[in-house]
Design a protein around this ligand. Structure first.
Ligand SMILES: Cc1cc2nc3c(=O)[nH]c(=O)nc-3n(C[C@H](O)[C@H](O)[C@H](O)COP(=O)(O)OP(=O)(O)OC[C@H]3O[C@@H](n4cnc5c(N)ncnc54)[C@H](O)[C@@H]3O)c2cc1C
Ligand code: SF4
Length: 487
């Protein structure tokens, strides 16, 4: 423990960020990592709890009290090694993780929690700035070949772990760049894509081969991004590789089956967000959906919706409104009731701060327009009684709408891909596999494993990394009889 009285002396510090009016003019990251002096003080707030709930609250079980202490003592290199021992890509989580570890922090019971995420961000940026993040190629090759289908954080973590123990890993990705939703989905202003490019370089130096623009399977729905130029069948992969890992995410968006859904100007969020990432990368994109000058309505109150808000404001939307079906949550959670778990409470993202009208307990009834183009949205207020949604009588209202973005989450992985592999599915349509016990992360098909959103459904980057790492261990044990990889 760095400083015994630190938690009583120092306040939690937010990372500095550019003002909304300035950052709305660009798509770059606008949050700066802590400086050395501030990071030391934030590290000093950690109480080095006998039972560190933060460590348990973190899906990758980051060894948080240790690196808090190491940062306090200025030993950034050991802090980086400790951080990397549980997390392959802390520059991703240090930027976009909602930090369930902080909800679990003991200091958070009666104070603001330790700024764990800001310290993680500080450590990994220090690592890259000082050239400490180096490839770790395996000393001995096993001669075993593994195919990873999908280059999101789950696939990347699995591939890196397996390459480091000597397997010959090829990652197949249907889109033209590596990263999954981190690349095409999460806006650049939340995480610049150069962070993924640096990891791709590192992984290539460790022996991973990336084959982009290759779809595994053949049939694919038109409403999901697919920029593949080539297809390979699952049978071919099974023939060519000793093991296959399915990490294709949960990309099938939830639709809004109301009258007027077919009107022009009504789009899934990913049709709006993915192309913007592509344009930011310097690519041309034909028929990009633009929000400039338009009245935008975002349906869905989660992360994806918030990303649509931030992007619409950068396009110069005339107005941005975000609807959520559920009632507005409380501003503060009831700590004694919920700690150390993730609380339901009002979350205001940096995109909301940039400008947006938020409205809760609103259900869209229909969309209306002229000449095939959406012009207004008709909604009604709802109440929730015994878990059931009831429309409030005479509460209908309408709003001008030139662009309606559907951000109501994702129902499952793309069914056609699972059908092509012939894997069994669970009740929610995800690939069926357990995470514990014998044969965990294994699908019903021989040699085929799965991890990340494709197994658990739409989730978080940190869970994808955890599952990718754990799945890699199971694949290694399957190929070699045993594994030295961490679980
Ligand atoms: C807009 C948006 C914002 C989000 N914001 C956050 C956030 O701030 N913080 C957070 O923690 N989480 C966030 N999430 C969730 C997070 O991005 C996902 O949980 C995470 O990326 C899942 O990782 P994954 O590797 O399992 O799948 P994905 O990231 O979905 O990657 C799957 C990859 O597989 C590829 N693929 C699929 N099928 C095939 C096939 N048949 N052949 C070849 N390739 C295939 C896809 O193209 C994709 O690249 C957000 C999600 C969205 C949509
Ligand atoms: S729970 Fe909070 S105070 Fe305790 S060890 Fe973890 S970060 Fe430090």
């Amino acid at each position: 423990m760095g400083k015994i009285t630190g938690f009583m002396e120092y306040q939690r510090l937010q990372e500095a960020s550019e003002e909304p009016q300035k950052r709305l003019k660009h798509y770059k990251e606008f949050t700066l990592h802590l400086n050395d002096a501030d990071a030391k003080i934030q590290g000093a707030r950690c109480m080095d709890c006998g039972i560190p709930f933060c460590n348990n609250g973190c899906p990758v079980n980051n060894i948080i009290p240790d690196w808090n202490d190491l940062v306090f003592h200025g030993d950034y290199k050991t802090a980086l090694d400790t951080l990397h021992s549980t997390n392959n890509f802390p520059e991703f989580t240090g930027r976009i993780c909602p930090a369930p570890c902080e909800s679990a922090c003991t200091l958070g019971i009666n104070e603001l929690p330790v700024g764990i995420k800001s310290i993680e961000h500080f450590i990994i940026d220090k690592g890259w700035e000082n050239g400490w993040v180096k490839p770790q190629p395996a000393a001995i090759k096993t001669g075993k070949k593994v195919a990873v289908v999908g280059a999101g954080p789950a696939g990347m973590a699995a591939a890196q772990q397996l390459a480091r123990v000597g397997h010959d890993v090829t990652v197949f990705e249907k889109n033209d760049r590596v990263g999954g939703l981190l690349r095409y989905g999460i806006p650049d202003f939340k995480m610049e894509k150069s962070h993924i490019d640096l990891r791709v370089k590192q992984m290539e130096a460790e022996g991973v081969t990336f084959r982009n623009s290759v779809l595994i399977g053949k049939d694919f729905p038109a409403n999901v991004i697919n920029w593949a130029k080539e297809t390979i069948s699952p049978e071919q992969l099974n023939k060519d590789f000793d093991a296959v890992i399915m990490t294709g995410g949960a990309e099938q968006p939830r639709d809004l089956p109301v009258p007027g859904r077919e009107l022009k100007g009504v789009h899934f969020a990913m049709e709006f967000l993915g192309p913007q990432n592509k344009v930011n990368a310097g690519d041309k994109f034909k028929d990009q959906i633009l929000a400039g000058g338009k009245h935008v309505i975002v349906i869905g109150g989660g992360d994806t919706g918030s990303d649509c808000v931030g992007t619409s404001n950068r396009h110069g939307a005339a107005s941005v409104t975000q609807f959520e079906l559920l009632p507005q949550p409380p501003e503060e959670e009831n700590k004694p009731l919920v700690w150390p778990y993730w609380p339901t409470k009002l979350r205001t993202s940096s995109s909301h701060e940039e400008g947006c009208d938020r409205d809760w307990a609103v259900a869209t009834k229909r969309l209306e327009g002229k000449n095939g183009k959406v012009e207004k949205l008709i909604a009604a207020r709802v109440e929730w009684k015994d878990g059931k949604m009831v429309e409030v009588p005479d509460s209908e209202f309408e709003l001008k709408a030139d662009l309606v973005l559907l951000a109501m989450g994702f129902v499952s992985p793309v069914a056609q891909v699972l059908e092509a592999f012939g894997v069994e599915r669970d009740a929610r349509g995800n690939v069926k596999a357990t995470t514990d016990g014998e044969n965990c992360y294994r699908t019903s098909v021989d040699k085929v494993f799965t991890a990340g959103d494709m197994r658990r459904g739409q989730s978080l980057v940190v869970w994808a990394i955890r599952e990718g790492r754990q799945c890699a261990r199971e694949v290694d044990a399957f190929l070699m009889g045993d594994s030295v990889l961490p679980r």
